[in-house]
Design a protein around this ligand. Structure first.
Ligand code: GDP
Length: 318
């Protein structure tokens, strides 16, 4: 769907929503997006914003029928694992039930119009929980260990249910993906913003949780690119989207301080039990072979470059 067509995007004010909107608008796609009443409207010229709550399934369905989009991107989510422990029921409604409602709406639009509606669900590596194999791929058992992962797992399974009903639905199992637009409740941005503050003399220490946790961190615009490729592929399938390389929180901290020109960083970092999670996947690393082979996708930004871009952006902000 290039040079025309209409897309409907949820989660427009998040990191990925912004990159996706820029990408689609650049292709000449008409972009409609749902923005929650409580959130400030994102500054995205060219995007048609519709106020609404994704958990109000019937209202969103009426909107979708009215808009009749060609592609639906479900990016909306309570996106923090940490917050999902504080609000497990809201997490279930937004990350799980609302996705199911949107899939049903897409199918109804498809049936009504008599032409395909394509759907992509932004799923998450957290659906695998504490996997016994590494790296994970599309055949890894879904066994989440936190409320965020469990709600995302339900949405992920529902994509397959609707695919069996002939909806062109795909689930992109996204590993952690970062950028200067990542909010600071995520460890990467927390690290880069605090390192920048320390470099500018505005903070003294960086307090973190588990420094040994390992993640497969990629560049957010690459993950948006993978979602677009996945939803437009001829055959709808699920795809792991990952770099295949895992690094520890400690590695991220070291790279961030190095970028800011601070070599003796150990005394500046402390471990605070407040930030240690009750159940935390200690290693998540994805095998994106299917996306590489079938979609021609590959990550364009490596770990050091990713950390560098985030630190530079935070240094320039301060
Ligand atoms: P997540 O993988 O979606 O939960 O992304 P986060 O960026 O929130 O967390 C990534 C990893 O960093 C997890 O294993 C956390 O336990 C670990 N971590 C260590 N210290 C912190 C911290 O201070 N804040 C956050 N958010 N995560 C931390």
């Amino acid at each position: 769907m290039t040079g025309g067509g209409r897309a409907f995007v949820t989660g427009i004010s998040g990191q990925d929503g912004r990159y996706l909107a820029e990408r689609l608008l650049g292709e000449g796609v008409e972009v409609h997006a749902l923005a929650h009443d409580l959130e400030p409207l994102p500054d995205l010229p060219g995007v048609e914003l519709h106020r609404g709550d994704l958990t109000a399934v019937e209202e969103v369905r009426a909107l979708l029928v009215d808009l009749a989009p060609d592609e639906v991107y479900n990016l909306a989510a309570l996106s923090s694992v940490a917050r999902s422990w504080e609000e497990p029921d809201l997490t279930a409604r937004v990350n799980g039930l609302a996705a199911a409602g949107l899939l049903e709406s897409a199918l109804q639009v498809q049936d009504k119009l008599g032409r395909p509606v394509r759907f992509v669900q932004a799923s998450s590596a957290e659906i695998f929980g504490q996997p016994d194999r590494s790296p994970q791929d599309e055949s890894t058992p879904v066994r989440p260990v936190n409320p965020y992962g469990a709600a995302k797992a339900y949405a992920h399974l529902m994509v397959d249910v609707y695919r069996r009903r002939d909806l062109h639905a795909v689930s992109a199992i996204l590993y952690n993906h970062e950028s200067p637009h990542r909010p600071p409740e995520f460890v990467t941005r927390k690290i880069t913003s605090t390192v920048a503050a320390i470099a500018h003399g505005r903070a003294e220490t960086l307090a973190l949780g588990n420094l040994e946790a390992r993640r497969d961190w990629g560049w957010a615009p690459d993950y948006v690119d993978a979602m677009v490729r996945a939803v437009r592929a001829d055959v709808p399938r699920d795809y792991v989207v990952a770099t295949g390389v895992s690094r520890s929180v400690r590695d991220f901290v070291a790279a961030a301080f190095a970028r800011a020109g601070i070599s003796d960083w150990q005394p500046l970092v402390s471990v605070d039990p407040e930030f240690v999670r009750p159940a935390d996947p200690t290693e998540l690393v994805g095998d994106a072979s299917r996306a590489r082979t079938l979609l021609g996708w590959s990550p364009t930004v490596g770990f050091d470059e990713l950390v560098g871009r985030m630190v530079d952006a935070d240094l320039a902000r301060d």
